[in-house]
Design a protein around this ligand. Structure first.
Ligand code: PBG
Length: 301
């Protein structure tokens, strides 16, 4: 495992004057556009090859319209980061609506209050084009709507962005490990709801492979398994069955558990992080999204 394998997630928040540390993700910040660009320069200097941007907008609504606003926080951040780092860092953007919708769901709701898969695809297409207009290298659809990769691929190709890639969150489980992330992006799912109608059931291994193969068929350039440590069997299954690169997301809860135990002096946090990330690589991931990237890159060389 080396620094070449790591991708750093970053949070950019609209309407703040200076970076705000996320209490449940110690050492990780909600950035301003300026501090995000500065941080990305540091990532490039550390030899980290890529970042994935998450936005925290000031306002949410019923369609998630800030997600495709040309002046929306992610679009502004993409262009600021690209001008700061040039080709020194691969810039990806998470593509979802949960941060932008009042319901906190990953897709828009129909009149029965259920997530409307196909209406959401049309909005994802608009977000993809807005992110591409801002200069993103790859989009990362994470909402787990059926057909999302195909809808985004044809929307991008339709306006000439055939060079913008797709890193698909393909096998993404309805996991309890995303808690700190939802603090970071200020998302609460309405009425105590959950994402079990669109994210995968963690009892089920076989569905992962059909989701992964469907995404590749629809044009995914990279497929992702998420979370990572509890799903190493799925990472390995993916690696043995596909020819595109497999990514794994060591998620917020996985980071927070290590940090909390280390803060109590119960484990050596950096050593556990390196051990876990190495296991993820061993299982077959050729890229790992991890909040640890800037902290452990010096240990890896
Ligand atoms: C959805 C999204 C989530 C994460 C990445 N993209 C949250 C969710 O599905 O509820 C979680 C990442 C993490 O926990 O680190 N936009």
């Amino acid at each position: 495992m080396s620094v070449d394998d790591l991708i750093t997630p970053i949070f950019v928040r609209e309407g703040i004057a200076s970076p705000v540390e996320i209490p449940s993700l110690p050492g990780v910040y909600q950035h301003t556009v300026g501090s995000a660009a500065e941080f990305c320069k540091q990532l490039a200097d550390l030899g980290i090859p890529g970042t994935i941007i998450f936005g925290v907008p000031e306002t949410k609504d019923e369609t998630g319209s800030e997600a495709w606003n040309p002046k929306g926080i992610v679009q502004v951040a993409i262009s600021a980061i690209k001008s700061a780092v040039g080709d020194g860092l691969v810039v990806m953007a998470d593509l979802c609506l949960d941060e932008y919708l009042s319901s906190g769901h990953c897709g828009v709701l129909n009149s029965f209050g259920n997530v409307d898969n196909d209406a959401t695809l049309e909005l994802y297409a608009k977000v993809a084009i807005a992110q591409a207009n801002a200069g993103v290298d790859l989009v990362g659809p994470s909402g787990m709507m059926d057909g999302q990769v195909g809808a985004i691929r044809s929307a991008l190709d339709g306006v000439g962005y055939d060079n913008v890639g797709i890193m698909a969150y393909s096998a993404k489980y309805a996991s309890a490990l995303y808690g700190p992330f939802r603090d970071a992006v200020d998302v609460r799912i309405a009425d105590g709801g959950n994402r079990s109608t669109y994210q995968q059931d963690y009892h089920n291994a076989k569905e992962a492979l059909s989701e992964i193969l469907a995404d590749i068929d629809q044009g995914a350039d990279i497929v992702m398994v998420k979370p990572a440590m509890t799903y190493l069997d799925i990472v390995s299954l993916a690696d043995r069955n596909v020819t595109v690169p497999v990514a794994a997301y060591h998620v917020s809860g996985e980071y927070a558990m290590i940090k909390a135990a280390a803060a109590n002096g119960w484990i050596d946090g950096d050593a556990v992080a390196v051990e876990q990330l190495t296991a993820i690589k061993r299982a077959g991931a050729s890229m790992i999204l991890t909040y640890f990237a800037p902290f452990i890159s010096k240990l890896l060389g």
